[in-house]
Write a protein of this length. Structure first.
Length: 372
């Protein structure tokens, strides 16, 4: 079976990372995979990685909404998939209906807790209703996304929870942790906070910097990993970081390929998003045994019970500051870290998610053949 995944720009985000880490498993199930990016090749930094693990990669930049349906239809016929898997919200109604009109089973994964309001909400509700009537199978990546889709758009998506690369993200040995700290020039006794994610406003990094500005002790070193070039959000984030820098150190590291080593070197992981579809970065951090502090929001709330014992922090800087300054005992190399790593792997391991999607692809394909 050949499955075509339709995505936006191929970047270091959740959907792309999940597809990459399960490519070998899907091939073992007899599933050949293709990717169509709705962006220019120059925007797809991961195109080469997809090709290196066996994906056929094509780009179809959206130059015109009027020409796009015909262009997508032609590309779909040329690539000849047996099943179409839509990940991108952009132009999703068009891509879904083109897939169905071509006689292909279509799976549509909802990757975020979309809080569309007003006329946009009604439009999206109508689009989802049309797609469902056409036979599109909706999938939610977390319980929060599933509940939001049911409440806001009146859809009934199946639940296949997100996963992370559990073979790569793991507990470090003492030597690996020491080496990681040395490579980042962290001295003994320096308390490092890992902050992983781009500067988009939804990531809400300003909350962490504002919380740190309220603390004099202990001094922290924040290791910010991710794209900080967003002109709409980065200036306010850097301004907030400068306020925290009176006492603390904030290091903007930019996009990095050594996220695992940064997590190994750090003492705390903080994710203060306003909302998430499912926090893959938080799963990756938890798998390294680090103490995690998360905000109490959709997508992160779903991880309660698998990430430590701390409840989510409300979106309030004083409460976050209190959590940061708390000297809660945490044995990363002992039972606490190991239990957390085992729990997140059991629930969000890669093979589990890959198996569920493989089963869904074959079920939809078999169902379509019976109808035919």
């Amino acid at each position: 079976m050949k499955v075509l995944h339709v995505l936006g720009a191929l970047r270091r985000s959740g959907a792309e990372q999940m597809l990459l880490c399960t490519s070998a498993y899907q091939m073992s199930r007899g599933i050949d995979q293709q990717v169509m990016s709705l962006a220019a090749p120059s925007e797809s930094v991961l195109a080469g990685r997809f090709q290196s693990v066996g994906f056929e990669v094509e780009h179809l930049p959206v130059s015109s909404r009027f020409r796009f349906p015909l262009e997508f239809w032609r590309e779909l016929k040329l690539m000849g998939p047996d099943c179409v898997h839509i990940h991108a919200e952009r132009l999703s109604l068009i891509t879904q209906l083109c897939g169905r009109l071509a006689g292909k089973p279509v799976v549509r994964t909802i990757h975020a807790t979309f809080e569309f309001k007003g006329l946009l909400r009604y439009r999206k509700t109508l689009e989802r209703k049309i797609s469902a009537l056409a036979g599109v199978q909706f999938v939610a990546i977390s319980r929060s996304v599933q509940a939001n889709e049911e409440l806001r758009f009146r859809t009934k998506p199946a639940l296949i929870e997100n996963w992370f690369d559990d073979q790569f993200f793991r507990l470090p040995t003492e030597a690996e942790r020491r080496n990681a700290r040395r490579d980042l020039d962290l001295h003994d006794g320096e308390t490092a906070i890992a902050l992983v994610g781009n500067c988009a406003q939804v990531k809400n990094h300003v909350l962490l910097f504002d919380a740190l500005a309220q603390l004099d002790q202990p001094p922290f070193t924040v290791l910010h990993v991710g794209d900080d070039s967003d002109e709409s959000a980065a200036p306010s984030e850097r301004l907030a970081a400068s306020r925290a820098s009176n006492t603390h150190t904030v290091r903007f590291l930019g996009p990095r390929d050594d996220v695992r080593e940064i997590l190994w070197a750090s003492d705390l992981y903080v994710m203060c998003s306003l909302a998430e579809g499912a926090g893959i970065a938080a799963m990756e951090a938890a798998a390294t045994g680090i103490r995690c502090i998360l905000t109490d929001v959709p997508g992160l709330r779903d991880l309660s019970g698998v990430i430590g014992a701390e409840p989510g922090i409300p979106l309030e800087k004083t409460l976050l500051a209190s959590a940061l300054s708390s000297q809660a005992p945490w044995d990363r190399s002992g039972e606490q870290g190991a239990d957390q790593a085992a729990a997140v792997k059991a629930r969000h391991g890669a093979q589990r998610g890959a198996e569920e999607y493989a089963g869904l692809y074959y079920a939809r394909l078999t169902r379509g053949r019976r109808k035919g």
